[in-house]
Design a protein around this ligand. Structure first.
Ligand SMILES: Cc1cc2nc3c(=O)[nH]c(=O)nc-3n(C[C@H](O)[C@H](O)[C@H](O)COP(=O)(O)O)c2cc1C
Length: 578
């Protein structure tokens, strides 16, 4: 089926995709309905034959505490932008965090979470000449475009910049800055989730963006999500436009098509976004990187390495996912002016753990104990970390205003009555939410919360059954301290163009990532919930139409460990390297 007709404007098309990909009780968004285990996509992309730059495991050298990650930029002394810094950044952002094993089956976990542990997000580095650090296995890294291969913690050189273009390349990047590019393999998610995969890929990107922000904060570096580049520019810069030669525009191969082309071509990567990483002590200009100048400095016929095929066979096709991608394809635009938002300093955290340790110990809970809760002060701190502060990580990376607002289903927080609560993350959002929701909701400010924390009781009731039900009957939503839905100002997000749909999911994923880390810091555990019944949640809040839409759910509680699983260290297989 096609969501679109030739005359459907992209805005309407992406709205249709959104409706089409909703789960309803008794009617899930179209998906495979079974697991084709023989063709589970390889979670590791490799550019076979590309020159490799081995990175050292550098994260353990960082002494920054987790609590210090949220300090204003400049508080954590910036690490030099050398091979060790780049290695630590990628290790903490997209690197492996552990191996798990059960009987014959073994799988890797990473610092970034991922729906189904399928890891659609790929990472690239667009680097200037990077000096080798003292006493390191990492050599000087030549200016160019690299793919990060997390299984072996190395960079695959896709293209080194020629000496004749080096000056132009460095000028276009600016001093003390480099770029990280993110892309997604839609197939990895649609293999399991079918048409809902387009959403999941965007949520995974949001997690990855936040994980990069917090990893960079541990190094004392800044991060900005670049708003101007269009997808065509990003694809050219990362060498992803080459996938077009294997099949359709943007999509590379047609997922699951049975023709001989698609059964041999590597699965395409969708260009997502660019992050500018800056070292405050080296970059004083704050110059916006000039993307077109960077692509001009590359040679279209000098890309190294052949991307691996991830599944031998694609039994099913998910053209709706590629249609959604086409409709939300972003053109080049002007750089957005940053929304300046300040809040009083973040509530203090009683956690002395190092940032590197905490980022790597993050895991999703599989089950909660159904008993343990959270103190009120721990909840308030966790929610405070979600409020935008333009001068502090992580919310300093986005230029757009906060458009997602948690609606909490509180089960077990000491001193708080169970019920529905809301946290409008921007003062103006309060009236937007009030207007868009049922008039009978209380909107009573929680008096025990710090003055600056806009937490409101909406309805006092036991919401465990509702929380489980709305989360596709998943027990983890009822057995924890709380769960929540992230209600987006949907119309406002799409007003700039259909690609605004992506930005909303990025913000949702970033909120999820901070909740994951904050849960670990509080000594408990979180889990992202992508499987929820969209409109059932909306109905409970009296949300009609599309002004407001819930885009991601999350749950936090006291986790029960599965002791049948064996846990191994992430990079024992690289022991010979060091
Ligand atoms: C976007 C997203 C959606 C997810 N949805 C669910 C879900 O509905 N139910 C669930 O139990 N876990 C969910 N998870 C958690 C993943 O299963 C988990 O991240 C993955 O297995 C990797 O494990 P880790 O987080 O411990 O590294 C989700 C994670 C993400 C990022």
């Amino acid at each position: 089926m096609s969501l679109l007709t030739d005359k459907t404007p992209p805005q309407a098309a992406i709205r249709r995709y959104h409706q089409h990909s909703k789960h309803h009780p008794g009617r899930f968004a179209p998906g495979p309905g079974y697991m084709d285990w023989d063709n589970q996509p390889d979670p590791f992309r490799r550019y076979v034959g590309a020159p490799q730059v081995l990175l050292e495991l550098a994260a353990d050298r960082l002494t920054t505490s987790y609590a210090a990650l949220f300090d204003p930029v400049g508080t954590v002394p910036p690490a030099p932008m050398d091979g060790r810094g780049v290695a630590a950044l990628f290790e903490l952002a997209l690197g492996l965090s552990a191996w798990k094993a059960y009987m014959e089956v073994r799988w890797a976990l990473r610092c970034n979470p991922s729906s189904g542990n399928l890891h659609p997000t790929e990472g690239y580095a667009i680097l200037p000449d990077i000096p080798a650090p003292d006493q390191s296995i990492t050599p000087d890294i030549k200016a160019g475009v690299y793919h990060y291969q997390s299984h072996d913690h190395l960079l695959e050189q896709r293209q080194a910049v020629l000496a004749s273009s080096s000056k132009a390349w460095h000028e276009a990047l600016g001093r003390g800055a480099f770029l990280v590019g993110l892309s997604s393999v839609h197939w990895r998610e649609s293999w399991k989730y079918g048409d809902r995969a387009y959403r999941y890929c965007r949520l995974n990107e949001g997690h990855a963006v936040a994980v990069f922000r917090m990893a960079a904060a541990a190094l004392g570096w800044k991060v900005e999500v670049l708003t101007a580049p269009g997808d065509d520019e990003i694809a050219r810069l990362l060498g992803l436009d080459l996938f077009d030669q294997g099949g359709e525009k943007h999509g590379g191969i047609v997922q699951g098509n049975h023709d001989s082309q698609s059964d041999v071509a590597p699965e395409a990567e969708h260009p997502d976004l660019l992050l500018c990483i800056r070292c405050p002590s080296e970059d004083r200009s704050g110059q916006e990187p000039l993307i077109s100048k960077l692509t001009d400095a590359l040679q279209s016929d000098r890309w190294e390495g052949v991307p691996n095929r991830l599944s031998e066979h694609h039994a099913l096709a998910w053209p709706v996912v590629e249609e959604a991608a086409d409709q939300a394809w972003k053109p080049s635009t002007k750089t957005e002016v940053k929304a300046l938002v300040s809040s009083p300093p973040l509530l203090k955290l009683e956690c002395r753990k190092s940032a590197a340790k905490l980022i790597r110990q993050r895991r999703s809970a599989q089950r909660y104990d159904g008993k343990g809760g959270l103190s009120m002060s721990a909840l308030f701190r966790m929610l405070d970390a979600l409020l935008p502060r333009h001068e502090c990580p992580p919310w300093d990376m986005f230029s757009w205003p906060a458009r997602l607002h948690p609606v909490l289903m509180i089960h077990r927080v000491q001193g708080m009555v169970p019920g529905l609560y809301a946290l409008p993350r921007r003062p103006e959002a309060l009236s937007v939410l009030q207007k868009g929701m049922d008039r009978s909701l209380l909107w009573k400010k929680v008096s025990s919360a710090p003055l600056h924390l806009p937490l409101y009781l909406l309805r006092q009731e036991d919401v465990q059954d509702f929380s489980r039900m709305v989360s596709c009957q998943q027990e983890i939503a009822a057995d924890g301290a709380f769960s929540l839905g992230m209600v987006a100002e949907f119309d406002a997000g799409l007003a700039q163009g259909p690609w605004g749909y992506r930005n909303l999911f990025w913000e949702a994923g970033a909120l999820g990532q901070i909740l994951y880390l904050e849960a670990e810091a509080a000594g408990i555990r979180g889990t992202g919930i992508g499987c929820y019944f969209d409109d059932l949640f909306h109905q409970a809040l009296g949300i009609q139409g599309e002004t407001l839409q819930s885009l991601y759910h999350f749950t936090v509680g006291v986790a029960l460990e599965d002791n049948r699983l064996q846990t191994d260290p992430p990079y024992a297989h690289l022991a010979n390297r060091f």
